[in-house]
Design a protein around this ligand. Structure first.
Ligand SMILES: [Ca+2]
Ligand SMILES: [Ca+2]
Length: 376
């Protein structure tokens, strides 16, 4: 046995010297929660949605091996009544939460067990003060562990230079006829990397802020979801279907409904706003003080219902100017801002592309192209 170990040691030394075991390949696992003890589950907060309270939700440390995927315990969320949606979250204001800085993290991982008879779904996201930097939407099959990796773009996190304020876990379709309903959660960790971040300096075309032609352009935008209840899942991607592009490729914003809503909820949703924000390291490269400058973007609404779409520019003082238009179904519109009198153009903080929740009751896609600042 000793000989084998010695051989293995020398083999690894040889492998390292021939393939280069440098610091760049080191990856470190850091637990946000192992969920093994009472202290470790204290980071999870009971969300105050609707009438959820300690009378309807209880958290335990589970010690039954069947519902443990790592270590000696897991978080048992015990719901005492059926509901469409339940959320738990970890907040930066909580002294137990040590990992709100994702600057070296490239992946978050967690396991969820659904012991119920019906399939559930789950939305996970990590949110900074301004936008969502990691999100996953997964189905939770009955009687199974669902092991989720949420890969984070390290360059994006570095670009944003903000810490996470919340990790949210929303569970949907909790409509069991049983009086009590459980979900188990375990093994929540971050995978850190010490390798260097590869930075490709973006080459700008004339007047371009982002033309959404390259997949790398997605590194410079974060998702905005100013909703309380997260009835919709918002995701962004690069689109290359020509019908939905003005030039080259375009940005696709997908909005997916997570559960049916009542009329009252529809009214609440009409005040919610979704979209994307362009990070400041891009807007910092634009000279917005040019006389006669016009900020513009092309929008395509791939739905039958009209949508109110907003182009907004904000400064460091929280002042903003915007252009909003109703974009009818299957139609292109151009949004333009030429009056910047209300904001300080030397201190532009962000440019945002937003959709109002009004009439956003189904699944639909919106496309943005040619985000520009130019002089006619
Ligand atoms: Ca555990
Ligand atoms: Ca384009």
């Amino acid at each position: 046995m000793k000989k084998i170990l010695i051989c293995a040691f020398f083999l690894s030394v040889i492998m390292c010297s021939s393939f280069g075991c440098t610091k760049s390949s080191v990856s470190e696992k850091i637990y946000l929660s192992e969920c093994d003890s009472y202290n470790q589950i204290q980071i999870f907060k009971i969300n105050a949605l609707n009438d959820f309270s300690e009378n309807t939700v209880r958290y335990f440390v589970n010690k039954d091996d069947k519902y443990i995927s790592q270590g000696t315990g897991s978080l048992e969320i015990n719901l005492l009544k059926p509901m469409e949606c339940y959320a738990t979250y970890i907040s930066s204001s909580n002294s137990y939460s040590s990992l709100m800085d994702l600057s070296d993290v490239y992946k978050l991982h967690f396991d969820v067990f659904n012991p119920n008879e019906q399939q559930l779904s789950m939305l996970f996201f990590a949110k900074t003060a301004n936008c969502i930097v990691a999100s996953e939407y997964v189905d939770l099959k009955p009687g199974e562990w669902t092991k989720t990796d949420s890969v984070i773009n390290r360059y994006k996190i570095k670009t944003l230079d903000e810490n996470v304020m919340y990790y949210y876990f929303y569970f949907y379709n909790l409509l069991s006829p049983e009086s009590s309903f459980n979900i188990y959660f375990d093994n929540f960790y971050a995978q850190k990397s010490t390798s260097d971040i590869v930075e490709n300096e973006k080459q700008f075309k004339d007047n371009e802020i982002l033309d959404f032609d390259s997949i790398d352009d997605l590194n410079y935008v974060g998702i905005i979801d100013k909703s309380r209840f997260h009835r919709l899942n918002v995701d962004v991607g690069l689109n290359s279907v020509p019908q939905f592009c003005k030039q080259g490729n375009s940005l696709k914003l997908s909005v997916k409904k997570l559960f049916n809503v009542s009329l009252n909820e529809k009214l609440e949703m009409s005040r919610e706003i979704y979209g994307v924000k362009v990070f400041q390291n891009i807007t910092d490269k634009i000279d917005f003080t040019k006389q006669g400058g016009i900020l513009s973007v092309d929008v395509y609404n791939d739905d039958t219902a009209k949508k109110r779409v907003i182009l907004r520019i904000s400064d460091d003082n929280g002042k903003y100017q915007e252009c909003s238009k109703y974009v009818f179904g299957n139609t292109w519109e151009k949004l333009e801002i030429s009056d910047f009198s209300e904001i300080t153009l030397t201190k532009v903080k962000s440019v945002e592309l937003l959709i109002e929740g009004y009439q956003a009751f189904g699944d639909f896609d919106i496309y943005f192209d040619n985000l520009q600042f130019g002089v006619n």
